[in-house]
Ligand binder design. Structure first.
Ligand code: CS2
Ligand code: MG
Length: 402
């Protein structure tokens, strides 16, 4: 069997997606997600100019060898662009292998370890009352876990909170829009939010929160302590994690579980975090972390250290990436939770999926492969639209982490 052709399909059903299709001489093809929010075209170039020419005539069944070829063979290893491009190839190759075997992908990984995949939804609102109503809406839909983000009094716009009733998409302008941040206002407000959530919804609901890299370790430690009475499922991205030892200080001060990793792209980004047991959940995704082949390595290291998975699943993970993630989640023994932010209607017309939701849990479906495909005719009618992620400044104008 040989790879004879490859296409990189860029489409914008309300937001941009990069989809790779690898075609074999036997007519079987595989689909992979190569979407890197706000940097889509860099992955397109990396695939078209450097990766695809190396794949033609290669045996698609040799997933591991192709992975090593693209990773070690690049000399300039790692980084989000490279690892997203490798992920797209890897996902497409697993799709081909599973289609050839006539099995759903999770069967090739070792079969399912659970009956359903618990997901969390995003509840957001401009104030506490609106946010609680959103939580109630998800609880009524059957969700067992909800991420809660709320507008902060005195700050004009807050990460995760949509404006003008539109669905939240952070890449909202052709050039980065600017938001303003106040750590003090945020730290004083957030415990009140979670007090209100517990008062209304009781103890059972799993409640999550994303800090989005905005605190220092000691500030994160304060928030973790302040939130202990509300027993969060996790606090996410407390501080930027380039310096992995930052998490030691947070860990010494609080029992609130910690999650991190949506911007990581390889195992070395979380090696210390995992080996020193500084976190509870690793948030790497199949799409940005070298595909299923590399995610298995991260998950195995995590399993040795009591760390569970909680993969990134914002709308910038396409339905292809979500499909592949759900097969991974169905198998991975140390699964924790999966993020799920629903895609809009046009996206779900563009992509056909085999996964389904029931009472707070997803299942990946039993079609051979990962079960997700793209309508290329429709994709051609939805051209790329430039969209960047915002930047963030402190109230005095200093550039901060968004
Ligand atoms: C996020 C994302 O889902 C999350 O937890 O932090 O919303 C993130 O901001 C986007 O994926 C950026 O592309
Ligand atoms: Mg996040």
């Amino acid at each position: 069997m040989k790879i004879v052709d490859a296409k990189v399909i860029v489409s914008c059903p309300g937001r941009n997606f990069v989809t790779l299709k690898l075609i074999t001489d036997e007519g079987v093809y595989g689909i992979g997600d190569g979407t890197l929010n706000g940097r889509e075209k860099s992955v397109v170039s990396y695939l078209e100019d450097y990766v695809i020419p190396c794949l033609i005539d290669k045996d698609p069944q040799r997933i591991e060898d192709i992975w090593q070829y693209l990773y070690r063979g690049a000399y300039w290893r790692g980084g989000p662009v490279t690892m997203t491009a490798i992920a797209a190839v890897d996902m497409a190759l697993w799709d081909i292998k599973a289609k050839v075997a006539g099995l759903p992908l999770y069967q090739l990984l070792g079969g399912r370890s659970r009956d359903g995949i618990m997901v969390y939804a995003h509840a957001t609102g401009e104030d506490i009352a609106a946010t609680l109503d959103e939580v109630a809406r998800y609880v009524a839909l059957g969700y067992k876990a909800v991420r809660v983000q709320c507008g902060i009094p005195g700050i004009a716009s807050t990460y995760g909170v949509p404006k003008d009733g539109k669905p939240y998409e952070p890449a909202d302008a052709a050039l980065p829009s600017e938001s303003v941040w106040s750590t003090e206002k945020y730290l004083n407000f957030v415990p009140r939010l979670f007090q209100a959530v517990r008062d209304r919804f009781g103890d059972e609901l799993h409640v999550l929160h994303d800090i989005h890299h905005r605190l220092t370790p000691i500030e994160a430690a304060r928030l973790g302590k302040d939130c202990e009475p509300y027993h969060l499922f996790w606090l996410e991205d407390a501080v930027p994690a380039e310096n992995q030892s930052s998490f030691r200080l947070i860990r010494q001060h609080t029992t609130t579980p910690l999650a991190v990793g949506e911007v990581f792209n390889r195992i070395y980004d979380c090696q210390q975090l995992i080996q020193e047991q500084l976190i509870d959940y690793i948030r790497c995704s199949v799409t940005h972390t070298g595909g299923i082949t590399h995610m298995r390595r991260i998950a195995d290291l995590a399993a040795l250290n009591h760390v569970r998975t909680g993969s990134h699943g914002a709308t910038d993970i396409s339905p292809v990436g979500m499909g592949a993630a759900l097969h991974f989640d169905y198998w991975v023994p140390n699964f924790g939770i999966q993020e799920h932010m629903a895609h809009n209607e046009q996206t779900m017309e563009l992509f056909s999926v085999d996964y389904s939701f029931k009472s707070g849990f997803f299942t990946p479906g039993d079609k051979p492969g990962h079960g997700v495909d793209i309508d290329e005719t429709l994709a051609a009618k939805l051209p790329y639209q430039r969209a960047c992620l915002p930047v963030n400044r402190l109230e005095d104008g200093t550039l901060w982490n968004w």
